[in-house]
Write a protein that binds this ligand. Structure first.
Ligand SMILES: [Zn+2]
Length: 201
């Protein structure tokens, strides 16, 4: 909606988003204002959404991209494996890992020799768990200062924020909500603890 409508007052926003509770709408608008994506125009008592482009956006830009879908698919597993620590310099390190099963060939010298002589010997495989770690370090202003991920997508690129992988994006989306919490230095927090803190428990 915010991409297509430019100026709306609160009544119109309520009309557009009928399914949402009024306090949720107000909180949402507040967030958009804080992010600078819109500003309040007191003359017409309305919210003006900033124009990012002068031309109308093509429809396909509103659709979910494959990357977005991939990131959304990673959100839950990333939450499960997330840990956050804050160091003495007030830098916040968030980490998460994922495990994938890999099939690897078992080397069997005898079988290999037999195969060389033309015998048909089935190749043996075993499963190995491959663990991949993803981490982001934020400075005390919530700016990213370091990124790491064990996946190929990230390591084949420039390894910086200009080309984040889906693991980093998922971790970023989750952890950015917790950046303003008061952390104890050196303590390790999991997702449930962070969520409780954010809810004010
Ligand atoms: Zn990755």
């Amino acid at each position: 909606m915010l991409k297509t409508k430019r100026v709306l007052n609160f009544e119109q926003i309520k009309e557009e988003l009928k399914n949402f509770r009024e306090d949720h709408l107000k909180a949402g608008i507040g967030m958009i204002l804080r992010r600078g994506e819109a500003y309040y125009d007191p003359i017409i008592n309305s919210i003006r959404f900033r124009k990012l482009l002068n031309i109308p956006l093509p429809k396909r830009l509103y659709e979910r991209t494959d990357l977005e879908k991939k990131v959304l698919g990673l959100i839950n597993s990333t939450k499960t494996n997330l840990t956050l620590t804050c160091n003495k310099k007030s830098e916040i390190l968030v980490e998460s890992f994922s495990e994938t099963q890999m099939r690897i060939r078992v080397r069997n010298k005898r079988a290999e020799r037999l195969r060389r002589y033309g015998y048909r010997v089935e190749q043996e495989y075993r499963m190995r768990t491959k663990r991949k770690k993803t981490s982001i370090t934020f400075d005390q202003d919530g700016q990213i200062i370091k990124l790491k991920c064990g996946c190929r997508e990230f390591n084949e690129g420039p390894r910086n924020i200009s080309a984040p992988c889906s693991d980093i994006l998922a971790l970023y989306i989750i952890s950015i909500n917790f950046m303003n919490l008061p952390f104890e230095i050196g303590k390790k927090y999991n997702y449930a603890q962070l969520e409780a803190m954010a809810a004010g428990d």
